[in-house]
Write a protein that binds this ligand. Sequence first.
Ligand SMILES: [Zn+2]
Length: 224
Amino acid sequence: MINSHAHLDFDSMNTIAQNAIAIVPSIGNQNWTDVQMYPYFSFGIHPWMVESHSQHDLDHLEYLIKCNNPVAIGECGLDFHKDIDRDRQVYFFDAQVQLALTYDLPIIIHAVKATEEIILTLKKYPKLKGEIHGFSGSESQAQQLTSMGFYLGFGLQITNQKSTKIRQIVKNCPLEFILIETDDHPNPNDLQLVAEEISLLKQIPIDTVIAQCDNNAISLFTLS
Ligand SMILES: [Zn+2]
């Protein structure tokens, strides 16, 4: 089973890092080197990290993309829940959208309280492909994104019975656009729990869920 988004290089993740097949996203210049230890990694600057990065880092990011083989750009995006300068977040997100287009790579997007802004940007670039990881938008935003060909990543949050809104979105979202992930949760069983929950919510056999979500990750990130 492919974990579409797991920070395996974080110290807390040692327990699952050994056996996992995962896309390991970077968050900024502090782990651009570490993520390259994994077969499938991405290069980017997380919206939480933009204050410690500069244009020089964006230039270096482009150099790394050219010289290595990331499967994607990210994670990048917008987080308007955090008290981080919005213009600066937008600047770094837009720059990474351009890198994804230039190098024809999918983009891994972190969107919190900013899904509408993200959709407006994505609409400008019909050729762009990618995913919204840890999706937390609305039902209609989910529909818009999947109709634009974007994938939605879901994690442990959907196993919480109280998360009624997100569970309803999973129910209605076509399986062809779902990715499963554990983000920074260090429990090795987490991925299975997410897959089981999708199977229950959609009333689809778990083997079908795993096979389709694996295929989604393989096709989006062109995994070999
Ligand atoms: Zn993440």
